[in-house]
Design a protein around this ligand. Structure first.
Ligand SMILES: Nc1ncnc2c1ncn2[C@@H]1O[C@H](COP(=O)(O)OP(=O)(O)OP(=O)(O)O)[C@@H](O)[C@H]1O
Length: 383
């Protein structure tokens, strides 16, 4: 969808902002550009919508050389979100969001309907927030409007330059989650600039790690963390990259342990006897369909049916959650294990031992996939 071919941008003072860059972003892919200040991320991005022209090399959008396109026409195909949002202060949120459809000559009503739909999509109520002015919104809400406005004309490509850079860490995490959910719905081709490796890892299908004017590594988050291509990348992703890996490794059903299971309608006495036989201290309680109802402790099972003794399961996650979410749920609930569900269906439990196993699985899978001879992995205790 976006292809850079040997693109260089030099300035008259001799600065080479971007040096012989070649890479490709597939349709519907979200690529994060990450690196320290001044390494050429923004320059890369601005060359895509021709706010900056390359000194040499070519950039293609959907197979077309963008230097042959009228910049105004080109920019209609590209949504642009920046940190300073740049909302018009004298226009309402709804009018701000409808800006591009207006410019494209959509009928007023259609433009406003589309703007309302987009505000809803980014989690703002068009009825209340739509009528406000930008200075009546929080920083996080303004960023959401920025995203809604960029999406209003439904461009296939989005360029995002540190869009969540100006908000506090809590709001930032929320905006990231919302954006990921949104991206699953709209599937735009996205170039996303950040200097925050955590953000790059969390959002990117692939990450381009920039050194000075060059990409040092262009790969999936798991590979960048597990097998940094150069000492520079290893240094940039940080010595705690093993921990960061938790957020990019997803729970699979094969990672789970199968604890003893009792059914809601089982007799409590029989269940207690079985657990004693198995030397188990607790069991998961399911109904006939395999839906999770909670858990029971073996030593509290008395008279009646299991359902009379079942306790609510507080700590559970859907399959496909990250190991980081699992670890954080364990800490939050002070739980030695958490249940993993597929919809309502119980799949198994994740224990600290299994979590460690899942982490090793991801490291080993990566090591097999990585064709480079040298793979640097952090020592995993017990590995
Ligand atoms: N007009 C200019 N003349 C000379 N050098 C420039 C000019 N514009 C940008 N540069 C230089 O080009 C380099 C790349 O800048 P760019 O804005 O792409 O960096 P960046 O990685 O986006 O940094 P940041 O994270 O700080 O925004 C920097 O060294 C910058 O000083």
């Amino acid at each position: 969808m976006i292809r850079f071919e040997h693109v260089t941008k030099g300035y008259p003072d001799g600065t080479v902002a971007v040096d012989d860059l070649s890479f490709e972003v597939a349709e519907g892919e979200l690529v994060t550009l990450v690196g320290p200040s001044g390494c050429g991320k923004t320059t890369t991005m601005k060359m895509v919508n021709r706010l900056i022209e390359p000194t040499s090399g070519r950039i293609f959008l959907d197979g077309e050389d963008i230097s042959t396109l009228d910049p105004v026409v080109l920019r209609r195909r590209i949504g642009y979100v920046i940190q300073q949002v740049g909302l018009f202060p004298h226009k309402t949120v709804l009018e701000n969001t409808a800006t591009v459809p207006h410019l494209l000559g959509w009928p007023r009503r259609k433009a406003r309907e589309r703007a309302a739909e987009l505000l809803d999509l980014v989690g703002l109520d068009p009825a209340t927030h739509g009528a406000r002015y930008p200075d009546q919104l929080s920083g996080g809400q303004r960023q959401r409007v920025g995203v809604a406005r960029a999406l209003a004309a439904d461009p296939p490509v989005l360029l995002m330059d540190e869009p969540f850079g100006a908000v506090d860490p809590v709001v930032r995490e929320r905006l990231q989650s919302e954006f990921l959910r949104l991206q699953q719905q709209v599937r735009k081709t996205v170039l996303f600039v950040t200097h925050d490796i955590e953000e790059a890892v969390r959002l990117g299908d692939r990450i381009a790690v920039y050194g000075s004017g060059r990409i040092e590594q262009f790969d999936t988050p798991a590979t960048v963390l597990g097998a940094p291509a150069t000492p520079y990348v290893a240094d940039f992703v940080g010595s705690d990259r093993g921990l960061k890996r938790l957020s990019v490794t997803l729970i699979e059903s094969g990672d789970l342990e199968q604890p003893p299971v009792v059914r809601l309608d089982d007799s409590a006495r029989e269940a207690a006897a079985r657990l004693a036989d198995e030397e188990a201290r607790w069991a998961v309680v399911l109904d006939g369909e395999g839906t999770l109802h909670g858990w029971v402790a073996a030593d509290t099972l008395g008279e009646g049916a299991v359902r009379d003794h079942a306790r609510r399961m507080e700590a559970w996650l859907p399959v496909g959650s990250s190991l980081k979410q699992a670890f954080s749920a364990m800490l939050q609930h002070d739980a030695g294990w958490i249940a993993v569900l597929d919809g309502d269906h119980f799949l198994g439990v994740l224990t600290p031992g299994r979590l460690h196993g899942a982490l090793r699985r991801s490291v080993e899978a990566e090591a097999r996939d990585v064709s480079r001879g040298e793979v640097r992995l952090e020592a995993v205790p017990g590995a």
